[in-house]
Design a protein around this ligand. Structure first.
Ligand SMILES: Cc1cn([C@H]2C[C@H](O)[C@@H](COP(=O)(O)OP(=O)(O)O[C@H]3O[C@@H](C)C(=O)[C@@H](O)[C@H]3O)O2)c(=O)[nH]c1=O
Length: 123
């Protein structure tokens, strides 16, 4: 589940042009009524939906077919040093992934679980 820390927080518009994914956004905004809650939306070439993910949210997805292609439009440039991430299986998020997670990048497997110290992102 990826995001960029402020002041490089970005908005993303995600669509799936081949296959299907479950696309998930997690609210990381400090003080938000939906802090650490997630929202999932199936995006597919068939349903032609797109998900707009605001600044202050983490984003990730699970492939539902083996042939997915996604397009992301980002509102800010990629800044390597400002990357942040949550673990997709973090119990504090309890994301209901529809399939067993069988593949994850080495980098994404290493993200630590959240602790009580995480107070959220402030713009
Ligand atoms: C995202 C990105 C990565 N990179 C580099 C960093 C790294 O060395 C390599 C692979 O990066 P990542 O492992 O972050 O790639 P990836 O896991 O595909 O990252 C993406 O995940 C999804 C969920 C998102 O929401 C995207 O915004 C992006 O964070 O590419 C760029 O040079 N430019 C970029 O815009």
């Amino acid at each position: 589940m990826h995001f960029q820390h402020p002041p490089h927080a970005e908005m993303k518009l995600v669509s799936c042009v081949r296959g299907a994914v479950l696309d998930v956004a997690v609210d990381l905004r400090a003080g938000s009524a939906t802090f650490l809650k997630w929202h999932a939306q199936e995006l597919s070439a068939e349903n032609r939906r797109a998900l707009l993910i605001p600044e202050g949210f983490a984003h990730g997805f699970q492939a539902l077919t083996s042939d997915c292609e996604l397009i992301y439009l980002h509102s800010k440039p990629y800044i390597a040093g400002s990357e942040g991430a949550l673990h997709a299986k973090d119990p504090a998020l309890d994301i209901a992934w529809p399939l067993e997670i069988t593949e994850m990048s080495e980098r994404d497997q290493k993200h630590p679980y959240l602790t009580d110290q995480f107070a959220g992102l402030t713009p």
